[in-house]
Design a binder for this molecule. Structure first.
Ligand code: AMP
Length: 144
């Protein structure tokens, strides 16, 4: 399945973004209230400057304690994250996520973000494909 189809099938469209100067504490509140695992960091709301995930926050909390909640998002985000485009296949995305050990990927078109996909979205898409393949194979075996 292509990334574009995965984006269309998502219940929530749009990307939750923050600006680089927002505090880590504010980001933690946002992740909690929106029930999401990562946000895109963007100065202008269109280009991807970085990504900040719950793992970044937990890592800093473990390393330096609650003082890190006063940091700016830009201080602990991952700059220039790996992005994908709508025409890419979910298998390629899964391989990149697995190789890079991350679970989120911004989707960009002509340098501007148009969505975000998570490893959960990719797994869901793959399971739907496998169910369709199974039905098709059963149909062939039964002679439908
Ligand atoms: P995650 O598994 O997505 O929560 O992220 C694990 C780590 O990888 C964190 O340090 C994130 O900032 C970073 N990360 C998340 N998504 C990406 C990405 N698409 N490209 C590069 N790093 C990422």
């Amino acid at each position: 399945m292509q990334v574009g189809q995965i984006l269309k099938s998502k219940a929530q469209s749009g990307v939750v973004t923050i600006t680089p100067d927002q505090t880590v504490g504010a980001v933690a509140e946002l992740l909690s209230s929106r029930k999401i695992g990562a946000v895109i960091v963007s100065t202008d709301g269109r280009r991807v400057d970085g990504i900040l995930s719950e793992r970044d926050i937990v890592r800093e909390l473990g390393r330096r304690g609650a003082i890190c909640l006063e940091d700016k998002a830009s201080q602990i985000m991952t700059a220039n994250p790996v992005c994908c485009e709508i025409g890419e296949n979910s298998d390629e995305i899964f391989a990149k996520m697995n190789e890079g050990r991350f679970r989120h990927m911004p989707v960009v078109e002509e340098g501007e973000m148009i969505g975000l996909i998570s490893i959960g979205d990719v797994v869901k898409a793959r399971l739907a494909e496998m169910a369709m393949e199974k039905t098709a194979l059963e149909g062939m075996i039964m002679g439908f």
